[in-house]
Design a binder for this molecule. Structure first.
Ligand SMILES: [Zn+2]
Length: 258
């Protein structure tokens, strides 16, 4: 699959770069300044190729968590940058390349956009998500952008490697407070297998059946099912719809064995 433009808002755009088996590396681009912000550059080769093709300079990096497929390309990308680049990531100290440690509630700007940090533990204990929903001038974007790493997937959620079901439940609820038109830029193309699982639990759910048909059509055309929207996830994602941590825990256990 080729890289693709996933969203555009005024002078900014989000591009998806496929990498590894099923990862998406996300790039926020500011057209007028020819600068870009990388989200979880897990592999430098694809990112640097994209930057060359589009003539974009990297002037910022956002990291959601420490897994290699999210941070593997950071050092190489940095050595290819012309000047010092802020690398935002958890204050936990786990990722050595982070030079701008952040935590939930922090807010900072990049090229006229305001970026908000959410604490979303569950997949890892210090997992972060980043929200872009307004410009630094205070203008609200019509569709908020959410970069949530391996927390919320389309039709599913990340595995609980370090956090508890309670952590993941709280994190998904936090994400679910955002508006329904929010574009969810998760890090993996897991949608079809997640929906297969969802249909094994709720075979008669027509929302999930319809979403599955749509997803299969998209995948047959070798396109991406990401970004998804919170509206779609509220209808078809059993994990974000869980009423409590116990329900989520039960689903997660079943999915791990599916
Ligand atoms: Zn991960």
């Amino acid at each position: 699959m080729e890289s693709f433009k996933a969203s555009q808002a005024s002078d900014w755009a989000v591009h998806g770069i496929p990498a590894f088996q099923d990862n998406y590396l996300w790039v926020v681009e500011h057209g007028p300044s020819q600068q870009c912000l990388l989200v979880d550059p897990g592999s430098a080769t694809e990112v640097l190729a994209w930057q060359r093709t589009h003539h974009r300079q990297c002037t910022g990096i956002l990291l959601t968590h420490h897994h290699p497929d999210h941070i593997g390309g950071v050092e190489t990308v940095l050595t290819n940058c012309e000047s010092a680049v802020p690398v935002h990531g958890s204050h936990s100290g786990r990722i050595s390349s982070v030079n701008q440690p952040v935590r939930g509630g922090d807010i900072f700007n990049w090229q006229g956009l305001t970026i908000r940090v959410l604490d979303v533990p569950g997949h890892t204990s210090d997992h972060l998500a980043y929200v872009i929903d307004r410009t630094a001038a205070g203008e609200v974007l019509p569709t908020p952008w959410l970069f949530c790493g391996d927390t919320l997937f389309s039709g599913g959620c990340g595995r609980l490697f370090e956090g508890s079901a309670e952590d993941m439940f709280t994190s998904l609820q936090k994400i679910n407070e955002m508006p329904e038109q929010t574009l969810v830029f998760c890090a993996h193309e897991y949608t079809e297998s997640n929906l297969k699982f969802a249909l094994s639990i709720e075979p008669d759910n027509t929302d999930i059946q319809n979403r599955m048909r749509e997803v299969q059509r998209i995948r047959t055309a070798s396109l991406s099912t990401i970004p998804t929207t919170l509206k779609i996830e509220r209808q078809t994602n059993l994990f974000i719809r869980s009423k409590n941590a116990l329900e989520l825990k039960d689903l997660r256990l079943k999915k791990d064995q599916f």
